[in-house]
Write a protein that binds this ligand. Sequence first.
Ligand code: NAP
Length: 398
Amino acid sequence: MSEWLRLHFAELVPFPALGDRLTDEQALQLAVQQAFEGYGFTAPNPAVGCVILDSKNQFISMGYHHRAGEGHAEALALAGLREGQSLKGARVFVTLEPCAHEGRTPSCAKALAKTEVSEVLAVLRDPNPLVSGQGFEILKAAGKKVRCLEAEGSAHEPLIEAARAVCEFFLTNFADKRPFVSLKVATSLDGMMGLRNGQSQWLTSPASRDFARFLRGAHEACLVGKQTVLKDNPRLDARDTRFAKESRHVVILDSKGELLTKPDLQLFKTHSAQNIWIAVGPESVHKASSLAQVLLVEEQISPAEYLKKTLKALWERQIRSIWIEGGAQTLSSALGAGIGDRLWLFQGPHLLGGRHGRSWTESWGSEHMAERRTLGAVRHLALGPDHVTTGRMIISKT
Ligand SMILES: NC(=O)c1ccc[n+]([C@@H]2O[C@H](COP(=O)([O-])OP(=O)(O)OC[C@H]3O[C@@H](n4cnc5c(N)ncnc54)[C@H](OP(=O)(O)O)[C@@H]3O)[C@@H](O)[C@H]2O)c1
């Protein structure tokens, strides 16, 4: 996705022709660029990219993982070699450690071990216990030189950060056994997401909205609060037809199950009942209807706890990445719960003012500086008249 790449790299490595000479840095960046081609399409697998250079550092092949169950990046790069192409002394650049295990597809580490390549450079180590270090061991045992940039320290930090970002859902799923959560908000320059009278559309340009819809589609579920549905009547779809509809979910926080009595909402016309989850309290569970699935959440708990329980229930249903996009109460309850791995802030060139405007953090606040939320690995992008900021969310320890 070009906007995602522009957030990470000031300049992109152009698509190479066979025989073009590349530096190691260019080959690694190209592998990350390849991985981004699969971003949002590979769950539960990571998006991975691979580039192969011959012994004279000339480009000979590349590939990326397109979808779960289909060929891995390394396998596709090997399959894409010209007939008769020698791999003697060739080097392989991958964004993630080659897999050690046989799943739906054969082990990439074993496939590379059988070739004459001399070296494998991986940006990240695979956290999957079935791989973690074992892919490297297979290659070393076959006499290949192996390097993992992540293990070598910070000299390659921007590249490492980009390689992490492209498979961040997967990394979090394995490290923390929970879904990856992105918080998205569109605001004015003074941080308002709309007006108290309910008007909020449109603060950002069509280019920003397209990019946000792409990111929404890349996540397995999009979650909003009930008021957003009642006020905006959104479709909450990805529009990009490359995202398989069957695997995209919509989740609404609606403890009283009010939406279940409103079949005319766009949401119900756009998505199948199988893919809509209404998170209700026990009092409303009897309202289960043909419109949506009902997700039972405990009653009389704080909004923060309500959201936590909802996310836990979604993880139990194999939903691994969640895009939370409003409204203000929902985003505030996420902040209150310490939920949110990445923030996506889209700012349009407007001022709404606090008198009639609604801040997206209106019902959350840090009483002490130590409770503030901070962004790490921050990236900025000018998108038409708008400004996009993204970063990994961390809770400050100071
Ligand atoms: N600019 C943007 O990016 C953007 C994006 C989305 C929405 N918006 C705007 O935001 C406005 C709606 O925002 P809002 O703050 O009024 O409402 P909201 O966050 O959309 O919905 C809040 C409602 O969701 C239910 N809920 C259940 N669990 C919750 C929890 N853990 N946290 C929060 N809510 C929970 C509550 O209803 P029950 O008590 O009945 O369960 C609550 O009243 C609309 O005007 C919309 O246009 C702007």
